[in-house]
Design a protein around this ligand. Structure first.
Ligand code: UFG
Length: 339
């Protein structure tokens, strides 16, 4: 298939591009580079052995989006592009609504106009809101979220449902990611957050490489085994494989919209992740326990049974793989793509 990958230079997008090419798809990348670095493209070309066409513009610009679809035929779109920092979304909510909804509108309009039927959309476990005890299943209703970022995902899921109801020929796969971590085993592509990382894994990795002094563990008084929050960390390589499987599945399904959780089904605590990273690095890492972070749920993990059954997909990588691969990426690229 000829696949347009929005946000293909980003963390999850870039890993998915490598697997799409390996699976025989022709990939075209569109990325604004607002949150990613052009240097990733050369690394992707080295990994795939292919020239990868890249369009550098912001998809909220409908005219440019329309021109792209008019110039090139696509069979499918995988839509990663978007702003994704939970905390920041509370500071600049309009940017989040404008960007995350606007890019989706442009793509949906252009797809409709040019008869592109298949779309895979990056949603998030954040749509399960404050649900109580995991595991979380796709049929849990209603979906809701506690941050503007999360609400953009909830809104887009609803919009996709409405658009598909009006256009039953569409085939839309909504993928709800749990906590993506890890890097390509080559150590040449990985997560490169701008500024101080919000998420646990890149923060630990930057402590390990000496860019941050110590990890602050956000609370150890939660009702969990060791008192720290438990999350369903999924290796980005398994996550990328989930997109390739979803694309294949969309070519066969009858339903216009399908929702799949991409997670392992297992929770790991903050201390659990820290100690696994210490094993990968070979020594202890400085950390202190601080207060809780507002909005954190004690536990979150997927019920991945639907994705396992319908996509013929399951996660293969362990927590130790996630840490070893993150460390290979971070230690070889201490300042990310900057070096
Ligand atoms: N944590 C720390 N110290 C840090 C960073 C994180 O202790 O410096 C803890 C958090 O308190 C939490 C756990 O590590 O208990 C994981 O935190 P992350 O920020 O890595 O991940 P979240 O589960 O909070 O967020 C993820 C995605 C969001 C999504 C959210 C809800 O990053 O996009 O899940 O599904 F919205």
């Amino acid at each position: 298939m000829r696949v347009l990958v929005s946000g293909g230079a980003g963390y999850i997008g870039s890993h998915t591009v490598v697997q799409l090419v390996a699976a025989g798809h022709d990939v075209v990348i569109v990325d604004s580079f607002a949150n990613s670095k052009p240097a990733v493209i050369g690394r992707l070309e080295a990994l795939t052995g292919r020239h990868l066409p890249v369009h550098a513009f912001d998809l909220t610009d409908y005219d440019k989006t329309e021109r792209l679809f008019a110039d090139e035929p696509f069979d499918a779109v995988i839509h990663f592009a978007g702003l994704k920092a939970v905390g920041e979304s509370a500071q600049i909510p309009l940017d989040y609504y404008e960007n995350n909804l606007g890019t989706s509108f442009s793509l949906l309009r252009a797809m409709q106009r040019h008869g592109v039927r298949m779309l895979v959309f990056s949603s998030s476990a954040t749509v399960y809101g404050e649900r109580g005890a995991p595991p979380y299943r796709e049929d849990f209703e209603p979906i809701e979220a506690t941050s503007p970022y999360g609400r953009t995902k909830v809104m887009i899921e609803h919009i996709l449902g409405d658009v598909a109801a009006a256009n039953p020929a569409l085939r839309i796969g909504i993928l709800r990611y749990f906590n993506p971590v890890g890097a390509h085993p080559s150590g040449t592509i990985g997560e490169d957050p701008q500024g101080i990382p919000n998420n646990l894994m890149p923060f630990i990795a930057q402590v390990a490489v000496g860019r941050r002094e110590r990890l602050v563990v956000f609370g150890d008084d939660y009702p969990t085994a060791d008192g720290t929050c438990e999350r369903d960390y999924i290796h980005v390589e398994d996550l990328a494989a989930g997109h390739v499987a979803a694309l294949n599945r969309l070519a066969q399904v009858e339903a216009p919209v399908s929702v799949w959780n991409l997670g392992t089904g297992q929770g790991t605590s903050v201390f659990g992740m820290l100690h696994a990273f210490e094993r990968a690095v070979g020594h202890e890492l400085p950390h202190v326990v601080g207060p809780r972070r507002a909005g954190d749920q004690p536990r979150s993990w997927a019920d991945p049974a639907k994705a396992n059954a319908e996509l013929g997909w399951r996660t293969e990588k362990t927590i130790d793989d996630m840490c070893a691969d993150t460390w290979r990426w971070q230690s070889r690229n201490p300042t990310g793509y900057e070096d």
